[in-house]
Design a protein around this ligand. Structure first.
Ligand SMILES: [Zn+2]
Length: 313
């Protein structure tokens, strides 16, 4: 593969090589007039959750180490299917006096045909893509990053500054990442590089503890990816933690936090991070928003025996 190809994969290369669950025809889905959940007030600021649609993932991908009977025993009592999951994609829009900040940019038109709806959701909220001042990323997976460019590789958010976790930026752009990645993940590497190249001139790097924009504090939740970062939103003593994909399913992540997720690049670390985060949420009685929890994905965690329970708010 030439350097040129690495930098600029065509639609066919991306779709052909992606992890097997990338849709064959991935045009942007038509607008759906789903109601936008009421904003959460954080002092003078507010957070609105916008949908980017949802994904379709086989459970064999999500839980590759679990037997079918174990999965069925966990999910059936909740009335959930045992062969696939359809996780929502919830993008947080944080509005302050002078900033309009997105936490992640959605999947865009080239990943799965049920996702990539953020532009329509923004329009529904009365916000133009040019109004977005900042986009802060949790990590570089397609459903979070690929939405920065459109079908024609043009930037979707012409005025935005981008904030990328340093470890995430370094990982996806490292020389050996593509060759070390299993076949199923190679399209993610090519796709991340392509998007990062497209926004490079406007990128600033973020480390844990940084406050990329006022009221948004970066927290290390690596494991899902090497630089996965969550963000605490603050405003006048109120807070909400944007957990990204560190906690990704309303039943599996809470009731079986130690089960290894096939979506976690480092499965051991992903599980350890998830447990630590759940414990912190319980102790702090924290309010969270999960990118893949059922829309709008806002809630908290309670202890349930050795594990936890998701309590939507
Ligand atoms: Zn995700």
């Amino acid at each position: 593969m030439t350097r040129r190809l690495l930098r600029r994969p065509t639609r066919r290369q991306v779709l052909g090589g992606a992890a097997g669950f990338v849709a064959a025809a991935a045009w942007r889905v038509p607008a759906v007039r789903a109601a936008i959940a009421d904003p959460v007030a954080l002092g003078e600021a507010e957070a609105t959750i916008l949908t980017d649609g949802h994904l379709n993932l086989p459970l064999s991908f999500a839980l590759p180490e679990q037997r079918a009977e174990e999965i069925a025993a966990l999910l059936e009592p909740h009335g959930l299917p045992t062969d696939a999951i359809r996780p929502d994609c919830n993008i947080t829009l944080f509005r302050t006096a002078d900033r309009l900040v997105l936490l992640d940019a959605g999947a865009g038109p080239m990943f799965q045909d049920t996702a990539g709806r953020l532009p329509e959701s923004l329009a529904e909220a009365g916000i133009g893509a040019e109004d977005i001042t900042d986009i802060i990323f949790t990590h570089g997976h397609p459903d979070h990053l690929w939405g920065v460019i459109d079908d024609f590789d043009e930037p979707v958010f012409p005025e935005a500054s981008y904030w990328v976790p340093q470890a995430e930026w370094d990982f996806w752009r490292a020389d050996d990442t593509l060759s070390n990645m299993p076949e199923a993940g190679k399209a993610f590497v090519v796709g991340a590089r392509n998007r990062f190249d497209a926004i490079e001139e406007r990128v600033s790097l973020v480390k844990p503890g940084d406050e990329p924009v006022p009221g948004v504090e970066a927290i290390d939740t690596s494991g899902h990816t090497p630089g996965h970062t969550s963000y605490m939103l603050h405003g006048n003593g109120e807070s909400m933690l944007v957990v990204g994909d560190a906690i990704s399913h309303p039943v599996i992540s809470f009731e079986k936090p130690g089960w290894h997720s096939g979506a976690d690049q480092d499965r051991e670390k992903g599980a350890a991070t998830r447990r630590a985060l759940l414990e912190r949420i319980v102790v702090d009685n924290a309010r969270i928003v999960g990118f893949h929890l059922p829309y709008p994905g806002i809630g908290t965690a309670e202890r349930q025996g050795e594990a936890y329970r998701f309590v939507p708010i």
